[in-house]
Design a protein around this ligand. Structure first.
Ligand code: ADP
Length: 400
């Protein structure tokens, strides 16, 4: 099956798309429609010749933007559409063909992901209009973490909240953690070992992977738990909500906005959620930027140390995402703060492995210390692969 898969990741005001060919050597058409519904809505991307483009969308909504994206596919016909769906609850443990019952089940998880699943469903509706005959496949961000054991996914709360309302840890960034951990297993001689993956983008999460399966992760019921992120706080004392409500009279909505949109690197620095901007400011001794980077690195090191408890053996740490792939200083600072793990960073390889390069950044000392890797993530590639695999399995079961 050589035909491309169209991967769609639909947010509340954006659509990210990629036309992923079966062979990794063939070029990918990809792009992002942003600020949908706004007068400055734009579509930016890259065509099959590797040329960048940018065009106004004049206040387009999701359906109108999808129609423009279709024109940008240069007449190529996808064989299926793979949708990134943020929350699959406990029901979805793998990529799933979207039919009416599956769509209803995704709608039923909206309560667990009110910020994300409704936009994902809007993307699904818009693509169905344009491609009524194509198979539509859901690839869930939570599915890779459905292998977590109860000790990792249960909160210390009354059981009825779990049984009746699904209150448990789910984890996110599944396609990224799945891709990166499979890739390191293929590249390293320590195959099917124990890896800690740090996905550091605007959202950040860590994951412990043992023999190809997620055994613990830093995000929980929602993508707010865990690490310091661009604008998300990560872990806070759960007593904070009651305190802010009682002392400042804040509503739940206000607190939710605080923790999701005004906190993290942005809140700590008072300046920006962009790590590059914070490095510039820290070089000029901006105290908020220095503190934000310090807290970010310390909390990340603490999370990696904690997640190592989930692994029978630690074979290495892998960095990915915009910060993980590019920020050699953050990587060095995190490793410095894990002295008990006897990690041996190779300074030159660390400095060199940026801008989409893949490679090992430890001093290879004959397998004594855990390895350190930088692996650029490929969530779209993983979603396309899972979509293709599902169709192949269906074809094998039903050769008609
Ligand atoms: P998303 O989670 O939205 O996909 P990305 O994975 O692109 O985001 O990561 C965005 C983050 O990566 C931002 O904080 C950005 O500053 C950071 N980043 C990108 N390039 C660099 C770089 N060269 N050095 C440091 N940080 C970088």
């Amino acid at each position: 099956m050589n035909d491309p898969v169209l991967v769609i990741n639909c947010g509340s005001s954006s659509i990210k798309y990629a036309l992923v060919p079966a062979s990794p050597d063939q070029p990918r058409i990809a792009g992002l429609a942003e600020r949908l519904g706004d007068v400055d809505a734009r579509l930016k991307g890259v065509d099959s010749g590797g040329r960048d483009f940018s065009q106004p969308l004049h206040g387009a909504d999701h359906a109108e933007a999808m129609a423009t994206i279709l024109e940008r596919l240069e007449g190529q016909h996808p064989v299926a559409v793979g949708h990134r769906i943020v929350h699959g609850g406990e029901r979805f443990t793998r990529a799933t063909r979207i039919d009416a019952p599956v769509k209803r089940a995704i709608e039923a998880t909206v309560a667990l992901a009110p910020l994300h699943n409704p936009s994902n469903l809007a993307g699904l509706a818009a693509t169905r209009e344009l491609f009524p005959d194509l198979p539509q496949v859901a690839v869930f961000d939570t599915a890779f973490h459905q292998t977590l054991p109860p000790r990792a996914y249960r909160y210390a709360l009354p059981e009825s909240l779990y049984r009746r309302h699904g209150i448990r840890r789910y984890g996110f960034h599944g396609s990224s953690h799945a891709y990166v951990s499979a890739r390191v297993d293929a590249l390293s001689e320590r195959r099917h070992g124990g890896w800690l993956v740090a996905h550091l983008g605007n959202g950040c999460s860590t994951c412990a992977v043992w023999q190809g399966e997620s055994v613990d992760t830093s995000m929980g019921l929602t993508p707010l738990e865990g690490l310091v992120m661009g604008t998300r706080s990560g872990d806070v004392d759960p007593g904070l909500h009651a305190h802010l409500a009682r002392q400042l009279g804040w509503s739940i909505e206000r607190i939710d906005t605080l923790l999701n949109k005004e906190s993290g690197l942005l809140g700590l620095s008072g300046l920006s959620n962009d790590m590059r901007r914070l490095h510039q400011a820290a070089a000029e001794h901006h105290a908020g930027a220095e503190l934000a980077i310090e807290v970010f690195c310390y909390r990340l090191a603490k999370s990696l140390a904690a997640l190592s408890c989930a692994l029978p053996r630690l074979d290495g740490i892998v960095f990915t995402g915009g910060i993980g792939e590019n920020d050699s200083e953050v990587r060095a600072r995190v490793i410095e703060q894990l002295p008990h793990f006897v990690l041996r960073l190779a300074a030159e390889a660390n400095a060199r492995t940026v801008g989409g390069r893949e490679g090992r950044i430890d001093l290879d000392e004959g397998g004594r210390a855990p390895e350190l890797w930088v692996i650029p993530t490929d969530e779209e590639g993983r979603i396309a692969e899972e979509t293709r695999q599902l169709l192949q399995e269906e074809a094998a079961h039903d050769p008609q």
